[in-house]
Design a protein around this ligand. Structure first.
Ligand code: AMP
Length: 177
């Protein structure tokens, strides 16, 4: 977990490779759906372009079928759950699958640094939601809808300082693991 720009995707990729986990980024999956012009992609696009969250029911049905397919594999979830209803829905899915969350990592970085990072990334990401206005909107959405998950997962959450180089942040995570 972590706000947009904290480095979730970067660190998740590194960990997935190191521990042979399947990396599931809901942002990447949704961008894939948009480029394939599927019904899910068409439904998601306007929310994503505006920096809003795609509705919980879309995410939950997409993730339920993906997680059922991947049953019993080691998975690192990146960008999901992002709301309390998604987290509750994920618990129900895992209960059905007789599976569970082992660890929750929260990468935190000060908001002004995040905005600067994302504006830099915008120059070569080609992402439609990387304009300054949408970047600020995504931080606001994070604070309102996603940050409450820190309390939801308070018993299993591990706080990782996300300020520093990619390697430094990876080292902090590996130390914990
Ligand atoms: P990301 O690549 O994780 O920054 O996600 C990009 C965009 O995809 C977000 O701003 C949302 O519009 C959408 N998205 C990704 N994951 C979720 C989620 N779990 N719930 C709702 N919307 C999501």
């Amino acid at each position: 977990m972590g706000p947009p720009g904290a480095g979730k995707g970067t660190q998740a990729k590194i960990l997935a490779e190191k521990y042979s986990l399947i990396h599931l980024s809901t942002g990447d999956i949704l961008r894939g759906e948009i480029s394939k012009k599927t019904d899910t992609g068409q439904e998601a696009q306007s929310y994503m372009d505006a920096g809003n969250l795609v509705p919980d029911n879309v995410l939950l049905s997409m993730m339920e079928s993906t997680l059922i397919e991947l049953q019993n594999s080691g998975i690192i979830l990146d960008g999901f759950p992002r709301t309390i209803p998604q987290a509750k829905g994920l618990n129900d899915i895992f209960e059905k699958l007789n599976s569970k969350i082992n660890h929750v990592l929260n990468i935190h970085v000060e908001e002004s640094k995040l905005i600067k990072r994302l504006i830099e990334r915008a120059q070569n990401s080609g992402r439609k939601d990387d304009t300054e206005e949408v970047i600020i909107k995504r931080q606001k959405v994070y604070t309102e809808l996603t940050a409450p998950l820190i309390n939801f997962y308070k018993n299993e959450i591990i706080q990782i300082d996300g300020d520093g180089t990619i390697d430094q942040v990876t080292q902090r995570i590996l130390e914990y693991i």
